[in-house]
Ligand binder design. Structure first.
Ligand code: ATP
Length: 450
């Protein structure tokens, strides 16, 4: 199995320097398990989410969107089983009092404290939901939870969506939104965080057609990752859950795992949740969440197939997958002490910047012309204008953030109305007529495969 050799330290430092990801509350020493997206991180995450919306909602006529609240009636979580079941086994070192996930230590074959070698306590179950209070009094009746998954907002709205949109089974409801989990251990940058966005689809099907649909969605998700997001095929794998690992609500579950530098881990969970959730909410609320087949009049509780992925976990896979170190450097311009250069080979659909525009020198007439060209390109592309530093340095900055094309305006441009376009992956440079620039870049981006 292919293993990723990207250095996480270098990736984390690039992510900070270039404004992808910052540690939360850094000036106060940091907030464990929290990260903030910087300007390029926001752009990358938005591009990933838009692509998901396009593939999972816009291009289909059987999926509609929903945006439900983070806070919900607490009964939701009683019905879903989260109050009684949503927990991880926690163990504590008797010597240094650090806490760990017992299941993670077991996976790593560790029996003593990994920090100091001390003896560990027997694991205790620890509920992962964050609690707060709604209203002025703080008692057990005012307890509310920050949702640990977006899915339940979909299930409780099943009938609202069905009645208002007149969808027919099989159909899906999709949602992107924040979820919160009071995770205990953090090791791998943004892989496991306390506050994250989920992209979830709940796809409702007729019982009996569930396993076929499950297989369909599993492959759909893999295709999305490797064709649309552009992850390398050899780094993403299916892993079917064994019967003993299945959640209480699940008939089958497959994880799409990714070869992160710190190990092969779950990126995307695809589960056949059966009719568990709709039945639980029907029982607890008294409102029957069922479907009547318009042709046969048969009434049934649909089964549901759920592909669920975290935006930040996918963003990390995207960064790791695109991160390429060129030993000895690749610049055409020489720069002393340059040992290695980084190229972020992002897929054109998600690269935060598609075109960078540079005036060759600080001469006003070049800057004005370059800014004019940048303005025109902005109608079609995500553009960054940069006039500081040598051209070689500007190319390197753009390579590090995955920019596909750099356009340089020089003195000849004023005469021959042409500019130099430099390509990220091949470093080839071509003179292109300004009036053909938009078409040229579109054509070139469509030919880039990662
Ligand atoms: P894990 O075993 O890694 O804790 P899980 O099996 O509990 O994950 P699910 O409940 O299936 O995860 O959540 C669906 C998806 O949400 C995961 O595949 C992952 O992409 C994302 N996710 C879950 N927990 C986190 C977290 N703490 N930080 C970031 N993403 C998360």
């Amino acid at each position: 199995m292919a293993k990723n050799t990207v250095s996480m330290d270098k990736l984390i430092s690039l992510a900070k320097q270039r404004g992808f990801i910052f540690q939360s509350s850094e000036i106060y020493g940091g907030f464990a398990g929290g990260y903030d997206l910087g300007p390029l991180g926001v752009a990358l995450a938005e591009n990933i989410k838009n692509l998901w919306r396009k593939k999972f909602i816009q291009e289909r006529d059987d999926v509609v969107a929903l945006d439900s609240g983070i806070l919900m009636a607490s009964k939701t979580w009683e019905a879903s089983g989260h109050i009684s079941n949503f927990s991880d086994p926690l163990t504590e070192c008797k010597k240094c009092h650090k806490r760990f996930r017992a299941d993670h230590l077991e996976e790593d074959g560790v029996t003593d404290c990994p920090e100091c070698g001390g003896e560990l306590t027997e694991p205790k179950q620890f509920n992962l939901m964050f609690q707060t209070h709604a209203g002025p009094t703080q008692d057990k009746d005012s307890v509310v939870y920050l949702r640990p998954e977006t899915a339940q907002g979909i299930f409780v709205n099943f009938d609202n969506v069905l009645q208002s949109s007149r969808m027919k089974v099989p159909f899906g409801i999709a949602q992107i939104g924040k979820a919160f989990r009071n995770e205990i251990t953090f090791r791998n940058f943004i892989f496991r965080v306390r506050e994250f966005e989920q992209m979830e689809l709940e796809y409702f099907v007729k019982p009996g057609e569930d396993e076929e649909q499950f297989k369909y969605w599993r492959q759909f998700c893999m295709d999305f990752l490797t064709n649309d997001i552009g992850l390398k095929k050899e780094n993403a794998h299916f892993r079917d859950h064994e019967k003993e690992e299945l959640s209480h609500y699940s008939k089958s579950t497959t994880d799409i795992e990714y070869d992160y530098p710190f190990g092969t881990k779950e990126l995307w969970g695809i589960a056949n949740r059966t009719d568990y959730d709709l039945k639980q909410h029907s029982d607890h609320s008294g409102k029957k969440l069922e479907y009547r087949d318009p042709h046969s009049n048969e009434v049934f509780t649909p089964f549901v197939i759920e592909p669920s992925v975290g935006v930040s976990r996918l963003l990390l896979a995207v960064l790791v997958d695109a991160y390429d170190v060129v030993e000895g450097g690749r610049s055409t311009t020489t720069d002393a002490n340059k040992e290695e250069e980084v190229v972020l080979r992002l897929h054109p659909a998600i690269a935060p910047v598609q075109v960078a525009v540079f005036p060759l020198s600080k001469k006003k007439e070049l800057q004005d012309r370059a800014q004019g060209i940048a303005k025109v390109l902005r109608a079609d592309f995500r553009v960054q204008y940069d006039e500081s530093g040598s051209i070689g340095r500007r190319y390197r900055r753009q390579d590090e953030i995955g920019t596909l094309h750099c356009v340089t305006i020089d003195f000849d441009s004023l005469e021959d109305k042409k500019v130099t376009v430099r390509h990220r992956d091949t470093m080839e440079q071509e003179r292109v007529a300004i009036e053909e620039l938009t078409d040229y870049i579109k054509e070139s981006a469509s030919n880039i495969s990662t």
